[in-house]
Write a protein that binds this ligand. Structure first.
Ligand code: DGL
Length: 273
């Protein structure tokens, strides 16, 4: 079985870990949350690139066979450098604007992401490959990540701020919204409360984990993915730069996965260079 590192600025990547544990429960995972430094989305590209690279090196040194950069912001700013520096499969996350353009009936798509993602060359290069007849309403979700980090995804103040950010998307008549930050799938309930059930919400966690699965298969082409002789559920090690116990509580709260099936442990992240 493989050891997989999953990294995010905080608890957002738990939306990817949750899907990974659903599709690939037999592997071992290290989930690394840099919550002491979240949000990344309002930091400089240089800072994000440097910090993301250091944390991925930490995961590689811990013995990971593959890493998921479960953060759109870090992927946009750092994935090239990470892939150049670390010789294991590195899977990134990008806002699902392509599937959104395909699924939207009226061709008006809202993109809710961090400021750093929306401004990045990588995102804008992706945008330029899409048909011009689809209109994208880009909106930075400033202030949402700290509220989600504080366990307030469904609180009144979050709904109020979210309503403000969704207004331009709603006024433009979008029928589809891209959740372009891995924290935002945890706002699904709040978005539905504000915009109803008809709006289509796109997140890419399923596709990201499928990509991880392909990468793992290419590392060990003859290994059976599930076998009677192998344990069905691997371990999950939670590492946080802020509070590892709070991270575990958030994971239990936010994820659908029943962590009781896995061997779970926690560590506080020391300094990384
Ligand atoms: N969860 C991250 C993302 O997907 C970053 C959020 C942040 O720290 O600003 O973009």
């Amino acid at each position: 079985m493989s050891l997989i590192g999953v990294f995010d600025s905080g608890v957002g990547g738990l939306s990817i870990l949750d899907e990974a544990l659903r599709q690939l429960p037999q592997h071992d995972y290290i989930y690394l949350a840099d919550s002491a430094n979240a949000p990344y989305g309002e930091r400089s590209p240089e800072w994000i690139a440097q910090r993301s690279l250091s944390l991925c090196k930490y995961l590689a040194q811990a013995g990971c066979d593959a890493i998921v950069v479960a953060c759109n912001t870090a992927t946009a700013q750092a994935i090239k450098d990470i892939r150049a520096a670390i010789a294991i499969p590195i899977v990134g996350v990008e806002p699902g604007i392509k599937p959104a353009a395909m699924q939207s009936a009226n061709g008006i798509v809202g993109v809710l992401a961090t400021e750093a993602t929306l401004k990045s060359d990588k995102f804008n290069a992706l945008l330029s490959t899409l048909p011009v007849d689809c209109q994208f309403i880009k909106q930075a979700g400033a202030g949402l990540v700290p509220l989600i980090e504080a366990g307030k995804a469904n609180d009144g103040e979050t709904l109020e701020l979210l309503a403000k950010h969704l207004e331009p998307i709603q006024i433009a008549g979008s029928d589809t919204i891209v959740l372009g930050c891995t924290h935002y799938p945890f706002l699904r309930k709040a978005i539905r409360k504000l915009l109803g059930d008809k709006i289509t919400l796109i997140d890419t966690s399923e596709a990201v984990v499928k990509q991880l699965k392909r990468q793992l298969e290419s590392l060990a082409p003859h290994q059976p993915s599930i076998s009677a002789d192998l344990p069905q559920f691997g371990s999950v090690h939670f590492v946080s730069s802020k509070d590892e116990h709070a991270l575990l509580r958030m994971a239990q709260d936010l994820m659908h996965t029943d962590l009781k099936n896995h061997r779970v442990s926690t560590t506080q992240l020391g300094s990384v260079s």
